[in-house]
Design a protein around this ligand. Structure first.
Ligand code: PHE
Length: 445
């Protein structure tokens, strides 16, 4: 064994960092518009089912692999089962690069919108005008890249600080702030006149809007939102100490992530209905519909700025975990220093982010499989490499490790894994069948 691996400073610190990874653009930008597109409350229920059914089991599985090996994803599989399995980790590292390349771009937009909202540039505009501003902004060749660069620098800065004194410390400050902002915004939203309609849309399931695609959407959303299938949870698990109660802390992280997604829906949907708009603008809901919503509400500038700050914080702590996957690989396996690995990866990520950003403007006619570069990067990771990775991790822990994994969790006397048999059953059968079905379904689109 090489030098002692760095550990999280405290249990709460780990929970905040891992929840920071999970809570991201997926919860606040994607979840509400997916619920809006898929029958509101019906999607909410199906999503909760997926999280309970296999989200939690997989989070425990990834954290366990990490803590057992104390290594990055590539090495972790290698150590447990030989080089044949190491490709699962390698796929995770590659996925981290691809997700980061669009994550920094979209996160850059949220930083820009903090400025736009705060400066009053979006005041008194209707949805059409907001749509035009948004499309013009993302299409411009330079401006979004400046914001993406600022975001990249912030992300690298946090990872440079290290695990406990960088990632953990920043998460311990930012996550509580995120919660406070979210609760303030949710209260504002549900007390707006006419919010009731949005509430009932969100809380009363409309099963007629549910199709077989809804299930697939919910499963892949659960993966993305819980940072699963590509080694982020595994990497964070590798910094967990052996006397931390892993199943309990995993449940906390999953609970917090789900709570934030549910609250984000409570912020966005009632406000959208109250302003008399439809929640079906898809990915544009946040940037095109919401500014007009804020414009109509008392104190809208304050709440608008708070909302985009919230989004930027969520994005930052998630991006940090993606970067940490890559950095831990270069540090463990290539003998890189943390600083060099973080800065080098940041530069590469930004470089891949350039075509992703340009794909919204001057390179919009460059398509991959009929999608813009940004949509292709999102689709390829969310619908392909993360579910495939999750499927393999599930089979790996269920069949290859099996009782060894249960043993590892129970290695200290006071740490029980309740329902260990059920956990293994989910990893062996339920999750692989569910994920496999979604993947097959994706092939027929
Ligand atoms: N979970 C993050 C979100 O919801 C995205 C993410 C995916 C982060 C994979 C890390 C790893 O936005």
């Amino acid at each position: 064994m090489t030098a002692q691996r760095e550990n999280w400073g405290t249990r709460i610190g780990f929970i905040m960092a891992a929840a920071g990874s999970a809570v991201g653009l997926g919860n606040i930008w994607k979840f509400p518009y997916m619920a809006g597109d898929n029958g509101g409350g019906a999607f909410l229920l199906i999503y909760l089912g997926c999280v309970l059914l296999f989200g939690l089991s997989l989070v425990i599985a990834e954290l366990t692999i990490g803590r057992m090996t104390q290594r990055n994803p590539v090495d972790a599989f290698h150590r447990l089962a030989g080089p044949g399995w190491a490709f699962v980790g390698a796929m995770g590292v590659a996925t981290a690069f691809i997700i980061l390349s669009f994550y920094v771009v979209v996160a850059g937009w949220t930083l820009a919108y903090v400025v736009f909202m705060g400066s009053g540039a979006l005041g008194h505009l209707n949805i059409d005008q907001n749509t035009e501003i948004f499309t013009r902004f993302v299409a411009s060749p330079v401006e979004p890249l400046v914001y993406a660069a600022i975001f990249t620098v912030m992300m690298v800065g946090v990872v440079l600080g290290g695990v406990a004194s960088g990632i953990e410390r920043v998460s311990k400050w930012l996550m509580p702030l995120l919660f406070v902002l979210l609760v303030i915004l949710a209260i504002r939203s549900v007390t707006l006149p006419g919010a009731g309609e949005g509430l009932s849309f969100y809380l009363n399931p409309d099963w007629s809007r549910v199709s077989s695609g809804t299930w697939g959407a919910a499963i892949s959303q659960a993966f993305f939102s819980l940072s699963l299938g590509m080694g982020a949870m595994l990497t964070y698990g590798s910094y967990m100490s052996r006397d931390q109660n892993l199943p309990r802390d995993a449940a906390m992280v999953v609970g917090l992530d789900t709570l934030v997604a549910v609250l984000a829906g409570l912020v966005i949907l009632p406000a959208v209905f109250s302003a008399g708009f439809e929640p079906t603008a898809g990915a544009g809901l946040t940037f095109m519909t919401l500014p007009a919503v804020f414009d109509k509400m008392p104190g809208g500038v304050f709440f608008g700025v708070a909302f985009f700050v919230l989004l930027a914080i969520a994005a930052l702590t998630s991006a940090v975990s993606l970067l940490e996957v890559v950095v831990s690989y270069f540090v463990d396996n290539r003998g890189a220093r943390r600083g060099a690995a973080a800065i080098g990866t940041g530069l590469v990520v930004f470089a891949i982010g350039v075509p992703v950003s340009l794909s919204q403007g001057i390179w919009s006619d460059v398509t991959i499989g009929g999608k813009s570069i940004l949509d292709a990067a999102d689709y390829f990771t969310t619908a392909v490499t993360m579910p495939v990775g999750g499927l393999l991790i599930s089979l790996f822990v269920g069949w290859v490790l099996g009782p060894r994994a249960v043993e590892a969790i129970r290695s200290t006397p006071d740490h029980r894994l309740p329902l260990a048999g059920l956990w293994l059953f989910v990893l062996r059968f339920v999750a692989p069948v569910g994920i496999g079905w979604v993947l097959l379904q994706g092939l027929f689109f």
